[in-house]
Design a binder for this molecule. Sequence first.
Ligand SMILES: [Zn+2]
Length: 125
Amino acid sequence: MSRVSTKSTLMPDAIRVGAFTVEIRSTAASWLEVGNHFVTTSVNGCYDREKHVIYIRPDASEQIQREVLLHEVLHACCWVAGLGRDSVSGKDEYDEEAWVTRVSTVLLGVLRDNAQLAEFVRAGS
Ligand SMILES: [Zn+2]
């Protein structure tokens, strides 16, 4: 297991996003699992909304892992908030202001409910 850590901060194994528990995986084995489920592994992380799992590339730098984790948490927030593209047109069905308003509300709850996540993403800055 190769979790990013600092002296006092470990990447959390799971977080709460709204009513859901989202697992966080950052091991080499879990990254191979990503390769089996997604077209490319040329990204540093991804959110599997069907499994409620965030995958973080284990060989990325600590700074990248923190940024990518928060990025993937926002994807989870979007899913929980019901944001996404119109299934017929493929166009965005929300504007940026609405997106920010909704996501910031959800993200604030996530950071309040997951002290370890907030501490982890803030470390190293
Ligand atoms: Zn993304």
